[in-house]
Design a binder for this molecule. Structure first.
Ligand SMILES: O=C(O)CCC(=O)C(=O)O
Ligand SMILES: [Fe+2]
Length: 338
């Protein structure tokens, strides 16, 4: 890529897919370049309305305004499925404390405790924890999961088409057993001790992440020069990044991109809502047939962060590291080697 601009990410207009073959071809060229060269972009033309977004954001703000005791009633330390509320300081990334609190929400399904010989990742399936005082949160969050799953599916189809692959190649690993994940996140300003890790550098585990951020800023992405660059907030856009499974699927032709959040200054609060478009827990990601496969460089070889083609194991690896208190309480037997 020549002369990359680090001031803003590429801007991708998904509505161009419906404006005729010329516009769609141009969209594919831009998407190909954004996904291959950068791994991060701003998505506009996605069709999600202001009213839909406001419904979610209102519910989120109401959640963080609840008395702390109401939020701690949903402590994820009580969930063997890593669902619920994580208080500020309880989460770890790269072995270091993150300074944010959050509510983790997933597909609403009954627990499936793995039987003898069954993969441990079935622990990740299970009920959410909802605040009794705020029944509207459940409605808003589950509606958002459905709505963004649609957008992400359209985007994945266009992305696969853009690199010359069959657009529906991964449809079988999504469908009604897909394992989407939503976080409602607050960064409560800077930690008193001077640490500025809102969330440490990491890659996301699944296919695609669609993130709504407010106007405060602080999200940074590692770009082609190896340095972390700000992702300036863009009103109405989703920040999209590729997750580890797309790197596995394309043998490194598309790369999962490292990103992090630097804590806002002083007592400034920042809110964000990442939505993770993940396949079934028992999905094994088969290699994608596409022309670039011949020149794919291979996946990142990081002994500290092995990438798994079995999605459930890839997510379980991350959850056990990020939530050590819940992991030690419920899954001590799984903690060797993570
Ligand atoms: O809050 C953000 O802007 C990014 C959050 C993130 O990367 C994550 O939770 O995986
Ligand atoms: Fe992330």
């Amino acid at each position: 890529m020549t002369n990359p601009s680090y001031d803003q990410l590429p801007i991708i207009d998904l509505s161009a897919a419906d404006r005729g073959p010329r516009d769609r071809a141009e969209l594919h060229a831009r998407l190909h370049s954004a996904a291959h060269d950068v791994g991060f972009f701003q998505l506009v033309g996605h069709g999600v309305t202001r009213a839909e977004t406001d419904a979610l954001l209102d519910a989120m703000h109401a959640f963080f305004a609840l008395p702390e005791a109401d939020r701690l009633a949903l402590d994820n330390v009580n969930s063997p499925h890593f669902r619920g509320y994580t208080r500020t300081g309880d989460e770890r990334t790269g072995g270091t404390r993150d300074w944010r609190d959050q509510l983790d929400i997933g597909a609403e399904r009954p627990a499936r405790v793995p039987g003898p010989g069954e993969p441990a990742y079935w622990w990740l399936q299970g009920p959410n924890q909802w605040p009794a005082a705020l029944p509207g949160l459940r409605t808003a969050a589950l509606a958002w999961i459905d709505r963004l799953s649609e957008v992400a599916q359209r985007l994945l189809h266009e992305l696969l088409a853009a690199i010359g692959a069959p657009p529906d190649f991964y449809d079988p690993v999504f469908g009604e057993h897909a394992h989407p994940h939503l976080k409602l996140v607050r960064y409560p300003g800077s930690a008193g001790d001077g640490a500025d890790q809102g969330v440490g550098a990491h890659k996301d585990y699944g296919f695609l992440t669609l993130l709504l951020q407010d106007r405060i800023g602080g999200l940074q992405v590692q770009r082609e020069d190896g340095l972390f660059h700000e992702v300036p907030p863009l009103e109405g856009a989703f920040v999209v990044n590729l997750g580890e499974l797309l790197e596995v699927a394309t043998d490194g032709y598309l790369m999962a991109t490292n990103h992090r959040v630097v804590s806002p200054p002083g007592a400034t609060e920042r809110f964000s809502v990442p939505f993770f478009y993940n396949p079934r827990l028992d999905a094994r990601v088969e290699p994608l047939p596409f022309p670039g496969a011949d020149i794919a460089p291979g996946i990142t070889d990081d002994p500290a962060n092995p990438l798994y083609a079995d999605y459930g194991f890839n997510e379980l690896k991350g959850k056990l590291r990020a939530h050590p208190l819940a992991a030690e309480r419920h899954h001590a037997e799984l903690l060797t080697g993570v």
